[in-house]
Design a protein around this ligand. Sequence first.
Ligand code: FDP
Length: 341
Amino acid sequence: MDHAADANRTDLMTITRYVLNEQSKRPESRGDFTILLSHIVLGCKFVCSAVNKAGLAKLIGLAGETNVQGEEQKKLDVLSNEVFINAFLSSGRTCILVSEEDEEATFVDPALRGKYCVVFDPLDGSSNIDCGVSIGTIFGIYMVKDFNNITLNDVLQPGKNMVAAGYCMYGSSCTLVLSTGSGVNGFTLDPSLGEFILTHPDIKIPKKGKIYSVNEGNAKNWDSPTAKYVDKCKFPTDGSSPKSLRYIGSMVADVHRTLLYGGIFMYPGDKKSPDGKLRVLYEVFPMSYLIEQAGGQAFTGKIRALDLIPQKIHDRSPVFLGSYDDVEDIKAIYTAHEKTA
Ligand code: FDP
């Protein structure tokens, strides 16, 4: 991108303009997705503003307490959930909502129903809130199978059936990364305009990276393929340089870096938690969808991550995602391990 020319740009590709352009390529489209997306964008702006003000407004960790005005204050994750639930309901374009914050799925009132099912984590990486590290919202969107017979099975679908996925990262800038099934684009919030502007068009993940990202504190419980792979990252035997370790512990931030710089992000299963930690519907699927759309791969240790069929809305799965060649390496280690088992 030519930054000098950019400084004076007057013809900005906002996210709404981008989606309307995409919509015009599909004559059958009635604009429902554009409307849903505009509500997601509003939710992201709201949460971004709340995250930025968190220290100031004393929102952090104060659920159940009252502020100087005597108003009840909410924790950021509770607030974010309410913001997005309200945004989805008022869009009139959703029928089932699955949130990380809610034990049960929400079936939207028939009067407000639309054809989309949204699975989302309103504020992922919440253990990082108190120290100001980047956190984010993750979402995936399915189309309902039969509008007249809406059931939980409409969200218990493999990730490859999603029609769109994305995340919004609340960091040093606020970045919304979106795929509607034909590539990945990144939009950065211009606070002076209040608009998300296309800043990262057609993101492609490097074919191979120099970074591995994993919580090494869990190493004692890893299975042997994960341990072997990480050992290979540190002590390569093919003459290449060792990979660098980067782990923020906030999935949106770790995946965002992986998408832009390449490498591999892993949350493996281990002896203590065979299914790992990350949730299939609103962490593993949307991120795997974006990574595949950018030319990378996502693997569970057994199969392509997007082929998983969740049995319950809060199911977990191990995941290894990132640059094509790096994921290929760990797949080969798992395959060799299976043959000797
Ligand atoms: P958090 O617990 O802070 O909400 O699944 C949530 C998540 O963060 C991810 O964002 C992150 O990648 C992962 O957990 C970090 O887990 P560990 O602390 O076990 O490494």
